[in-house]
Design a protein around this ligand. Structure first.
Ligand code: DQA
Length: 143
């Protein structure tokens, strides 16, 4: 990892609503709670975990590019854009740092339109199905 000590955690659309968004699927933890658990994981290990969320495809592209310049690794939950966005896929392919794709739910067990992620083929790896813990497993994988 070229820039040791900084990891970006990037959340895509609708994840700002966690806690009140389809809690039967996504659980009751809020995004702020998930972000705090990621930052706290980092504090315990001397890693500066920086968290971001956007509902906008182009902003997510910007954040992945920024992570490529400023971080040593990226944890990315592209949410719905994982299934649709060539631009986000190209951004992941363009950065030299490893990107770990994350989903709270096991998308392979859900609707067929969620079975394909454009990101997986260009990501370093994929963690999904473990709720908020998916993010911590992805951070651990990057470390
Ligand atoms: C998700 C799965 C996606 O299919 C969905 O569009 C999301 C969340 C997850 O974390 O399980 O918004 O990325």
């Amino acid at each position: 990892m070229e820039r040791p000590g900084v990891i970006f955690v990037i959340h895509g659309p609708n994840l700002n609503l966690l806690g009140r968004r389809e809690p039967a699927l996504y659980g009751t933890a809020t995004l702020e709670e998930i972000d705090e658990s990621c930052r706290s994981w980092g504090r315990e290990r001397g890693i500066d975990v920086r968290t971001f969320q956007s509902n906008h495809e182009g902003e997510l592209v910007d954040l992945v590019q920024q992570g490529g310049d400023e971080a040593s690794g990226i944890v990315l939950n592209g949410a719905a854009y994982s299934h649709t966005s060539v631009a986000l896929r190209d951004a992941v392919a363009a950065v030299a740092v490893p990107v770990v794709e994350v989903h709270l739910t096991n998308t392979a067990a859900r609707e067929s339109f969620r079975h394909r992620s454009l990101l997986t083929a260009v990501a370093a790896g994929l963690v999904m199905g473990f709720g908020p813990r998916s993010y911590l497993l992805a951070l651990e994988a990057l470390r």
